[in-house]
Design a protein around this ligand. Structure first.
Ligand SMILES: [Ca+2]
Ligand SMILES: [Ca+2]
Ligand SMILES: [Ca+2]
Ligand SMILES: [Ca+2]
Length: 307
């Protein structure tokens, strides 16, 4: 069994803008407007709303009318008519991720229908990913979908979506068909994630999505491929351009020049490019020498090399 997509469509869609963008202001999607609420106050409300949904809904895997080869996840309310249905909360496919952000200990719920092909890499939160997805409000209304595989830069996406994709793996391969379509092996990653607003759009949801401020939302997603990103091509993969080690790359700017490290080719601003202050070992892994032994790697140390 394969999934069939038009290669021409695939190439064109590489250039479409991000669809679950967190915007330019904040890695967590929280915006910076002065009137925004406290994430610690919003999270308990979102948590209740998500758990209510998981308790009151069941799910099934059904054909997609847009693309007959691409199954979709359908959520149904549990009523008297289907009172014996299994709530999502009790599904053996439900898993949880714990992540700390903005002083909040979030719990992210996922239905992991299929992790993906063993041996395929799991993307980091800042990698490029070839995906299809369908996004819904917590009221079960579709507000966005991408039914043909497209490449998305995860560094620009909301945190909950990035975290979910980082749990999956791509497909083991694909075939090019005579008619110009490509067919992915049906072992790609397939999941749904329930994203609290603090890991989503928080107080500034995109116009036209139907998502209210401080509302959680749902994304059903499929991962076919992923590629490690090095946005500034300085030999340090983007996911490692995070000296604060908080999982967010937009808030690290070692030399305070306004350019975050992951986009800065001279991270410490000492005039020596980062690419000349790191090393690639025989395994192709980046290494970070500390030549003057002061505990700060050369590429983040403006004191080395000394002028
Ligand atoms: Ca880099
Ligand atoms: Ca900088
Ligand atoms: Ca850099
Ligand atoms: Ca340096």
């Amino acid at each position: 069994m394969y999934k069939r997509f038009f290669l021409k469509t695939l190439v064109i869609l590489v250039f479409i803008p991000v669809l679950l963008s967190c915007g330019d202001d904040d890695d967590g999607g929280g915006g910076q407007a002065a009137e925004l609420r406290d994430p610690q106050e919003v999270w308990p409300e979102d948590s209740i709303e998500i758990r209510d949904f998981l308790s009151n809904h069941t799910f099934s895997i059904e054909p997609n009318p847009i693309n007959p080869n691409l199954q979709t996840i359908v959520y149904d309310s549990i009523t008297e008519q289907n009172s014996d249905a299994t709530p999502i909360l009790e599904s053996p496919l439900l898993k949880t991720l714990e992540v700390e952000q903005d002083g909040v200990e979030y719990v992210l719920h996922m239905i992991e229908i299929r992790e993906g092909a063993s041996g395929q890499r799991q993307p980091k939160e800042t990698d490029s990913t070839l995906v299809t997805f369908r996004a819904k409000t917590i009221d079960n209304e579709v507000f966005n979908s991408n039914p043909s595989p497209s490449w998305f830069d995860l560094a620009n996406e909301v945190r909950g979506y990035r975290l979910a994709l980082s749990q999956l793996r791509g497909s083991s391969g694909f075939e090019e068909n005579d008619d110009g379509t490509i067919s992915f092996n049906e072992d790609f990653g397939f999941a749904a994630v329930f994203i609290p607003s603090g890991l989503g759009f928080f107080g500034t949801p995109p116009v036209g999505t139907g998502i209210q401020a401080y509302e959680p939302f749902i994304v059903d997603l499929q991962l076919y491929r992923s590629v490690e990103s090095d946005h500034d091509q300085d030999l340090v993969p983007t996911y490692l351009e995070d000296p604060s080690d908080n999982g967010l790359v937009r808030d690290d700017d070692t030399d305070s020049d306004g350019v975050p490290n992951y986009l800065d080719t001279d991270d410490d601003g000492d005039g020596t490019p980062t690419s000349e202050e790191v090393m690639i070992d025989n395994n192709g892994e980046v290494q970070f020498p500390d030549s003057n032994g002061n505990g700060i790697p050369d590429y983040l140390d403006p004191e080395f090399p000394s002028s």
